[in-house]
Design a protein around this ligand. Structure first.
Ligand SMILES: C[S@@+](CC[C@H](N)C(=O)[O-])C[C@H]1O[C@@H](n2cnc3c(N)ncnc32)[C@H](O)[C@@H]1O
Length: 285
């Protein structure tokens, strides 16, 4: 028997939903074309695990039926994207980036005084912890930010995480790493069905604009963008997709503007428009 079909039979017997090699390959191609996310061979179980709730919700029995269902169904294609994306994030993740922003960008602006246009983009903002951490850093350094021309744009492909980001309400345990001063200044406590939650204040929320944006599509913003946080997003893309994306991102920045990447990401052999000036901190050349 052919190796792949032997594996198919095996998986058919063990699983709640029939999931063969053909299903994985077809979904892998579809996901890449929709999101840029590259699913390696090791991601079979992840794909199965994340999509089973969609099959249950649609009362389907096999992944072949699910693939059929996806054809021309934009709503279900969006659900597929939401299910496949990895949304792990936290407040002040990789804290040295926020320190750098405070010391090298916001601090000098505070000293200078007066209005100054400042645009920061959180690309792949997930549930909002990253843009709200930027907003807190801005307000700590520029308390009069509302009167200056400071805006934070926060985008993600995943419509579900964006809705949660916009609500700005977090279970208390997700804010546990924040100092008492930050909790006091930037959150209000509220009791939700699931227990104690904290909601970001209108002052911090007002600095952030959320928009749905797929990074593999045209970037509609005009720029220039003083700082871009594109962290822990391109780790899921292959090198060609990364090259194509950073070529477009570089066009939105002027020499001296900043690009922050995630801890395991790099522009090496990807984009030579930036100089590495710190741990995963890049300056547009
Ligand atoms: C692991 S989270 C990183 C969140 C945050 N930047 C951080 O570092 O904590 C990756 C985010 O990238 C988003 N993403 C993945 N592919 C995307 C694409 N093609 N366009 C826009 N966002 C995408 C996912 O939906 C997810 O919310």
């Amino acid at each position: 028997m052919h190796a792949a079909s032997a594996r198919d039979l095996n998986t058919l017997r063990l699983r709640e939903f029939a999931f063969g090699e053909e299903d994985f390959q077809a979904l892998r191609v579809l996901v890449k074309s929709l999101t840029g996310i590259h699913l390696s061979d090791q991601k079979r179980e992840l794909v199965y695990g994340r999509l089973t709730r969609r099959l249950r919700a649609l009362q389907l029995r096999t992944f072949a039926e699910y693939r059929e269902r996806l054809k021309g169904d934009s709503q279900e294609l969006a659900e597929l994207c939401n299910a496949i994306t990895t949304n792990l994030t936290s407040f002040f993740r990789e804290p040295h980036h926020f320190q750098y922003l405070r010391d090298r960008v916001l601090g000098p602006l505070a000293q200078r005084g007066g209005a100054h246009r400042l645009r920061i983009w959180s690309a792949g903002c997930s549930t909002g912890e990253e843009p709200y951490s930027i907003a807190m850093t801005v307000l700590e350094t520029l308390p009069d930010a509302a009167r200056r021309d400071v805006r934070i744009l926060a985008t993600d492909l995943d419509s579900e995480v964006l809705q949660r980001a916009q609500r700005g309400i977090y279970p208390a345990e997700r804010t546990a790493n924040l100092s008492p001063e930050r909790l006091q200044r930037f959150f209000t406590a509220r009791q939700e069905a699931g227990g104690l939650c904290r909601q970001i204040t209108p002052e911090a929320a007002a600095l952030v604009t959320f928009k749905q944006l797929n990074l593999i599509h045209t970037l509609p913003m005009r720029g220039p963008l003083d700082a871009i946080f594109c962290r822990n997003v391109v780790i899921y893309f292959d090198k060609d997709t990364q090259r194509e994306l950073f070529a477009r991102i570089a066009r939105l920045q002027r020499p001296g503007d900043l690009l922050f990447l995630g801890h395991s990401e790099s522009l090496f052999k990807v984009c030579d428009s930036y100089a590495l000036i710190g741990k995963t901190i890049h300056r547009r050349i």
